[in-house]
Design a protein around this ligand. Structure first.
Ligand code: GAR
Length: 212
């Protein structure tokens, strides 16, 4: 079965672009980006997706806080189902899923997070890593489970933290790696190479240090 990807976004969408461009370059393992959904009407991501020929829609959520309502999730599921989406990628989607999407997409939904999980879950994590004084940070692609930022880890990349870094400089260094590892994770998935055992995700054929 071919992999049809739905990407959920809230902002500028640079990770979304990296997935779309990887598909165009034949580097997404045969997966196809079928739909982009934003909870923010004027998110730059919507424009960037359309410019690249990908259908992109805004869904006005009824939830005022991060946690979506059951109805919000139902509406997203309906749109995803209509396009035959069988892999959901969260890419800077600043909402918390807690209803039907979680059981419905177990093992079929990924998220990218700008820290080396399980260190620094949550928000503003680049600043928190700097303030904590860790010497390395990075990014993580993981399967989404009920607990936020806690699911089985598919791939990570490490970046150094330099003494004079600002949160913006560190974010940019991490983002560069995000754009590399997210397409890799989706390609592995689309090629049927991922197997989850408990917390561990095994990649068929293994992976090199450079790949993550
Ligand atoms: C990325 O750094 C992503 O890892 C982060 O938001 C940014 C979105 O940028 N996601 C989270 O913090 C999720 N908890 P983008 O819109 O340019 O891809």
């Amino acid at each position: 079965m071919s992999t049809r990807v739905g990407i959920l976004v809230s902002g500028r969408g640079s990770n979304m672009v990296s997935l779309i461009e990887a598909e165009k370059a034949g580097k997404l393992g045969g997966a196809e980006v079928a739909l982009v959904i934003s909870d923010v009407g004027d998110a730059l991501a919507l424009e960037k997706a359309r410019e690249r020929g990908v259908e992109a829609i805004h869904i006005q959520m009824e939830a005022e806080k991060a946690r979506l309502t059951e109805n919000d999730e139902e509406r997203m599921i309906a749109e995803l189902d209509e396009r035959g989406v069988n892999l959901v990628c969260l890419a800077g989607f600043m909402r918390v899923l807690c209803h039907r999407m979680l059981p419905g997409y177990t093992g079929k939904m990924m998220n990218i997070h700008p820290s080396l999980l399980p260190s620094f879950p949550g928000l503003e994590v680049q600043r928190k890593a700097l303030e904590y004084g860790v010497r390395y940070s990075g990014c993580t692609v993981h399967f989404v489970t009920e607990d936020v930022d806690c699911g089985p880890i598919i791939i990570q990349a490490v970046v150094p933290i330099l003494q004079d870094d600002t949160p913006d400089e560190l974010s940019a260094r991490i983002l560069k790696q995000e754009h590399r590892i997210y397409p890799q994770a989706v390609a592995w998935y689309a090629q049927g190479k991922l197997r989850v055992e408990g917390r561990r995700v095994f990649v068929e054929g293994g992976y090199s240090w450079e790949e993550g």
